[in-house]
Write a protein that binds this ligand. Sequence first.
Ligand code: HEM
Length: 427
Amino acid sequence: VAVRSRDAWSRGAWPDAAPDQPASFDPYELQDTIMGDVRDPFPALREALRNGPVQRGFLFADRHEAEVLPASSLYSVYGYEAVNQVLRDHERFSSAIYAEVLGVVMGRTILEMDEPEHRVHRALLAPAFRQTALARFEDSLVRAVVEELVDRIAPLGRADLVRALTFPFPVQVIAQILGLPRKDYPAFQRWSIELLSVTKNFERAKAASEALRAYFAAVLEERRRRPADDLVSELAWAELDGERLSDEEIFSFLRLLLPAGVETTYRSTGNLLYALLTHPSQLEALRADRGLLPRAIEEGLRYEPPILSIARKARVDAEVAGVRIPAGSPVLVSLASANRDPSRIPDPDRFDLFRDQRLHLSFGTGPHMCLGMHLARMESRVALEALLDRFPDLRLDPDAEAPYVQGVAFRSPPFLPVVFSPCSRHR
Ligand code: HEM
């Protein structure tokens, strides 16, 4: 680990080493432990869907939820219509289940709130994540972060795009949106990963949660005294009907942003790159017509969502697709299976930027639909644009191990070795 860590640091994935991090710390190594090693869950998901859109039990024995949810009473939802129905029906299916799984370390966040409380809190947070509000970050921040990382590999002619770009860039974007100093980024990512691996190592997650609370408390105090153009200042002063967010609510939301905004985008960008690099004719089509990029991003999300499933709990006895789900049952909602439901999406196992039907549920739907989806799309677009601009002959490295996508809770390629004609730095 120590050798690979030094390698990672020296490859310059991080702008500055945090002084309090041990030399052997490699955030990438740490996160690798929470992925699970299933490479292709889709045949099993298809088989499950064939048996019905809603079923008792669950599919993957190594899912992290399985360790905390009572498996015997668990129901799984696989069909597109059924997934859509459960996620929109907040009256019968509650999000409070996240309090049991994530709330312990995250604090009380909008993810676990039901209506009407959820609506009020989300309304306070939403303005910062609107497309128009995010536009100001695109050039000054997202593109700047991406270009800096791409600059580092440009002269080399080869790179692992996961370590060099997809892994380090979303955390730097979130950190900058929050207005955190660069020297804190490595610690910030470490806490994020530790927080997320709560079912694997509760004590470590709890410690990370407390560390983040203390860290954000200092930042918040500073922004209350001296507001800046960043999200922490916005949250500190956000007001709805005379209501302000409490400090604890702000800390919880900031903690949620780490896994929500960092883990997902890094994985979805890697998944899209994987799909394009392993379908060279589609990559060519995209190079020839950049107008296809929004389609490519949606198709990448449909084909390989970074989060395979999300959770709800039945509040009352409910029936979905003819199956009775008793009150109190945990429900695992498979976004990955819905995205490949052949009754809604023709030839769903084909990655195809040209498909007409671009339905997917990777951002969820209903009241909890992803708050950060515009940011996530923008980040992927900027990363892809930079790679296409700088490396017109970008392709998989024929001499390296063939990449793959892996994981059942979260999913992405662990590495993406590529080659390209070396070029000079951008600026
Ligand atoms: C491709 C990247 C992303 C994917 C696939 C994704 C997926 C999701 C999904 C499926 C949900 C719904 C969870 C549920 O209903 O139980 C969700 C909620 C959420 N996401 Fe994302 N997300 C992504 C990126 C982001 C980013 C970049 C941010 C913020 C910076 C973010 C912030 C949130 C928040 C705050 C919620 C909770 C919304 C609520 O409960 O009302 N996400 N996301």
